[in-house]
Design a protein around this ligand. Structure first.
Ligand code: BDR
Ligand code: CA
Length: 312
């Protein structure tokens, strides 16, 4: 079992990612979900994470609320993509089980300090504020981390929120900068790969046809969510960004990438929040991340369908 903490800002695609992760009980030991402001405000991302926990029937997984705003920059949100309260396409409800007591950054620090050396995998699906704050507060936590897998960044075809920047990095570039400079083993799932691994009406229909609640929720969310990207980016289907990250965790052999140096542009201006990827090693700066560019799309949607069938 892979001990795992998922930091998230649900977020339509975050919901799919969380369902996928929570379905894999035989592979992933999800220690906690930690939430952050991102796609929508923290009170919504935290409530949405609790909704997913209830859909997945996983009362054993605590949800800790974390940072309510980015480290330095003015907060930005993506409600036009995900819906005013962060999950489009489904009925919002107030989950019964409350948030865990304590703050997510504090939880990360305490858990990682107490963990066996290099034991915990951290997945970030939103702005990296919580992880960066924890790393700043106590760099000793690095000892407990096995690796970080993040959804974020863009190189070959530019960004989705500005011409240069991808949303998660743009929403807190200073936090991403801390993470890229941490020296920790880091795998990045950028738009370069998520914009190739697209839904199709058939792929969504297969999820619905599972016949359980999780399949219906995933299909309803995707039906509503992919509309935006299909229209705005002219893609033939919708990317399921964050879920791709869990796909990578469960079946890394479906993906291809290379070790590169990445710097985050933290200067305000047209390239604010850009991930500057030295793909051809022009600078000879040391590698600090695995940059994923290819994935097996059908393999991923097959995995998603098989896994969601295991949920209620
Ligand atoms: C990322 O931004 C968010 O809107 C999505 O949830 C995903 O994490 C894609 O750029
Ligand atoms: Ca997200």
């Amino acid at each position: 079992l892979v001990p795992l903490i998922i930091d998230t800002d649900p977020g339509a695609d975050d919901v799919i990612a969380l369902l996928l992760a929570l379905s894999a009980r035989d592979r992933l030991d999800v220690k906690a979900l930690t939430t952050v402001a991102g796609n929508v405000q923290l009170r919504y991302t935290s409530r949405n994470a609790r909704m997913v926990r209830e859909w997945a029937n996983r009362p054993d997984v605590p949800v800790y609320a974390g940072s309510s705003r980015p480290m330095l920059r003015t907060p930005i949100y993506a409600a036009e993509v995900h819906g005013a309260e962060g999950v489009t396409g489904v009925k919002i409800f107030e989950p019964k089980q409350p948030l865990a007591k304590g703050q997510a950054v504090q939880y990360l620090i305490e858990t990682l300090l107490a963990a066996k050396p290099q034991s915990i995998t951290i997945v970030t699906l939103g702005p990296q504020t919580n992880l960066a704050m924890a790393l700043i507060e106590n760099p000793e936590i690095k000892r407990g981390i096995k690796e970080i897998i993040m959804m974020g960044g863009a190189h070959f075809n530019g960004g989705n929120i500005t011409p240069a920047a991808e949303f998660n990095v743009f929403a807190d570039p200073h936090a991403a900068d801390v993470v890229f400079k941490s020296g920790l083993p880091l795998t990045v799932i950028p738009l370069d790969v998520t914009h190739k691994m697209l839904t199709s009406p058939e792929r969504i229909e297969r999820l619905r046809k599972i016949g359980n609640q999780a399949g219906k929720i995933a299909a309803d969310i995707l039906d509503a969510y992919v509309e935006h990207d299909i229209k705005q980016y002219g893609l033939p289907g919708g990317p399921v960004h964050d879920a791709t990250t869990i796909g990578y965790l469960l079946k890394p052999e479906m993906f291809k990438g290379r070790m590169v140096n990445v710097e985050v542009d933290t200067r305000e201006g047209p390239t604010f929040g850009e991930t500057v990827v030295d793909y051809y090693n022009a600078t000879k700066r040391p590698e600090n991340a695995r940059w994923v560019t290819e994935g097996d799309t059908q393999g991923f949607f097959d995995l998603l369908t098989t896994q969601l069938a295991k949920l209620p």
